[in-house]
Design a protein around this ligand. Structure first.
Ligand SMILES: [Zn+2]
Length: 84
């Protein structure tokens, strides 16, 4: 009877060791995972005229940067007269 109990315990130990080695070790969390840019977030740009932050897709690109509106781009970057 004691021999059977020891055999069952030995089999359980062997199974536990096999099962614990079978699992891959848990990967440590990457320190860059939290600071990585989110794909659903859009980059913001600061208007050189008023300082308002605007999404890149909604900005008005100009020579001095991306503006929040066409009016601010026109105020900040007056159109130059055409060269002769
Ligand atoms: Zn502006």
């Amino acid at each position: 009877m004691l021999l059977r109990v020891l055999l069952v315990l030995a089999a359980l130990v062997v199974l536990f060791v096999w099962w614990s080695r079978r699992r891959p070790p848990a990967a440590p969390p990457s320190p860059h995972a939290a600071s990585a840019p989110q794909p659903d977030r859009e980059a913001m740009v600061r208007c050189p005229h008023c300082g308002v932050h605007t999404p890149v897709s909604m900005g008005w690109p100009g020579r001095g940067g991306t503006y929040c509106s066409a009016e601010h781009r026109a105020i900040h970057e007056p159109t130059e007269p055409p060269a002769p």
